[in-house]
Write a protein that binds this ligand. Sequence first.
Ligand SMILES: *Cc1c(COP(=O)(O)O)cnc(C)c1O
Length: 474
Amino acid sequence: MGIDEKQRSVLKMLPGVDHVLELAGKDDYFTNIPKSVLVLSIRLVVEALRISILEGNEEITATSLSDYLIIEKVKQSVKSAMTPNLKRTINGTGVVVHTNLGRSLLASSAVEHLCEVSTRYSNLEFDLGTGKRGLRYSCVEDILCELSGAEAAMVVNNNAGAVLLCLETLAKGKEAIVSRGELVEIGGSFRIPDVMARSGAILKEVGTTNRTHLRDYENAISNDTGLLLKVHTSNYSIVGFTASVSVNDMVALALKHDIPFMEDLGSGTLIDFSKYGLSKEPTVQESVTSGADVVTFSGDKLLGGPQAGIIVGKKDILDKIKKNPITRALRIDKLTLAALESTLRLYRDEEKAIQAIPTLRMLTFPFVYIEEKAKQLAKMLEDLNDPRLCIRLLNLSSRAGGGALPIMDLPSKGIGCSVKGISTNAIERSMRENMPPVIGRIEEDLFIMDLRTIQEDELEIIKNAFDKMLKKAR
Ligand SMILES: *Cc1c(COP(=O)(O)O)cnc(C)c1O
């Protein structure tokens, strides 16, 4: 690619790294910036400009290469280098347990406990009663048994790990019988058949996609059977002409043949959501009461705690699972344990749990509360007084997310925005690039934010993000 005279003259104007470094030395903005970061940022800026000139970008001229403008670019680059990659975002999607946006938010007591345990030594694996080595899981075993009614409990890194560990312990080299309708893919590449293959258990599918009967399980049982497994279908629902077998019937069948019965509840909840006007989700207590030998569920879905895989069930089965050497590879971290223990303790008083645990609070918000917030945000945006901006209040349906209550629409309220002269895609991008990013969605050419998952103190941030976008596009 040849370059013309004009490009050559602009290239000549491009300052060297040393020159920009010298300029930066005179600017207070860079006082506390590590030199390595500054030098790297300058290199990136100068290199990007060089490429741009070579590509024939006409906008780069002698004026745009002024010291002032280059230093501004370096400031932006340094700012982004000095900001953590993992950062808070504002969830305007209305999906409460949004896996891509970090699933559950922790209750404040869980955060306090986590901070204390992480900045001090703890009795993580030390028995304060005997002064001897203790077990990592013991701090949550009692409370898990108390809340679920199970004989024993343990926790690992996440529910995928819990399922893998249980299958490996109970059904390695043997057949695990599962209904065809429950061979679910959760997303993030968790598929029941694949996890089963990795655990060494042999998948034996029974029934059909829409209907599985008790006799299907019974006919499949042989000397090679190691486990009867029920999996919560999580992110989908089979409706119409369907049949599945109740936990009670599966437990009875398992008992008759002396085979363990395991239920992967997926999300898992300790409270009955139907009491709060939501659809019924099977609770952990119901599984335990029905006599399931082992039940697994996530810590950060409907439970509203940190990422964890919780295993509750019969003592003899849990003893086997705890002895499996794989537990070491799946072991839960102390920060998670602290947050999990505090979250679980909140469940001793259900009313308090619903107020204190953000996931539960957002799922049970009264509609009028969300509507009020939506009106407030609409008013704040209208007060920006920009004739290009058009705001509409919308009736929306939020989702629980996290593979829970998959077909349940939670009536919600949100706002839809359009701006004359700015495309909806550009609005979406501008909100996403805000600090902190505001994540919404586009529907019918409107940028939409659902107020269920937006906190009150975030309204101001959203207003400022709009203000900035509008001013920039003037
Ligand atoms: C979500 C889910 C899992 C995986 O749980 P993680 O905590 O995300 O590892 C496993 N099984 C079912 C049925 C699920 O819904």
